[in-house]
Design a binder for this molecule. Structure first.
Ligand code: TIU
Length: 228
């Protein structure tokens, strides 16, 4: 038996772990460390540190349970051919996507800043989705990957709550996936956007999904392990 009821907002969610994937959004050095894309946008990147330990805990739990784990990275080809000019041409030229920073070219695949932070490094058999946009479904094979494995529920974590997490949850909602967002495993550069972003997901009876915590899911995974 792998079906468990997870306490969540706005209501408990019945989850079949065999048909659930953990999706960790953009826990990249470019967003979490000084000198990357997040900092170039004028943000205090230290605000995202809060999500690291919860992400690590749920990643460990998901791996132990044999769940599908998917990592995403936002970034672009070195020639910027997949980067819309409207996205690139913002802010001062020396801080734009493709400009050179202390972790290499900003938000460019293959550069040090584009890597996922070492604490959450993907294992060789865990798919990594490289996405050119905010949403993990846009111009990627994520939907195909999930459907091939019969996934119906996504546990979503990562950064930032109101940007790439929100966009991905909205895309997933429209494609028929149930989304369980682990609020403590997400973070934003803006405390109020994080809080309101989570509220927006669960409002109106769960208009985009459900919001829970790492602790609640780890408790259910432990019960799942005992039942196995
Ligand atoms: N700026 C910001 O909050 N986020 C992004 O640009 N990308 C993601 O959220 N990953």
């Amino acid at each position: 038996m792998s079906r468990f009821e997870i306490p969540a907002n706005p209501s408990p969610l019945s989850v079949d772990f065999a048909r659930t994937a953990l999706v960790i959004i953009d826990m990249q050095r470019d967003f979490l460390e000084p000198g990357g894309f997040g900092a170039a946008l004028g943000n205090d990147v230290s605000r995202l540190v809060a999500a690291v330990e919860p992400c690590r805990a749920i990643l460990t739990g998901a791996r132990a349970a044999g769940m599908l784990v998917i990592h995403t990275r936002e970034g672009h080809r070195p020639d910027l051919s997949d980067a819309p000019p409207a996205k690139v041409e913002r802010g001062p030229a020396d801080k734009r996507i493709g400009a050179c920073g202390p972790m290499g070219r900003i938000l460019i695949r293959g550069e040090a800043g584009h890597d996922i932070i070492p604490a959450l490094a993907p294992l060789p058999d865990e798919p990594v989705i490289d996405k050119p946009g905010k949403g993990a479904f846009y111009q990627t094979d994520l939907d195909l990957m999930l459907r091939n494995r019969g996934i119906e529920t996504l546990m979503v974590t990562g950064v930032t709550t109101e940007v790439c997490v929100h966009t991905t949850v909205r895309e997933a909602n429209d494609r028929g996936y149930r989304c369980l967002v682990l609020g403590d495993a997400c973070a934003s550069y803006f405390a109020e956007f994080h809080e309101v972003g989570l509220r927006m997901i669960a409002a109106q009876g769960g208009i985009f999904g459900w919001v829970s915590t790492t602790e609640e899911v780890l408790a259910a995974l432990a019960a799942n392990q005992r039942a196995a």
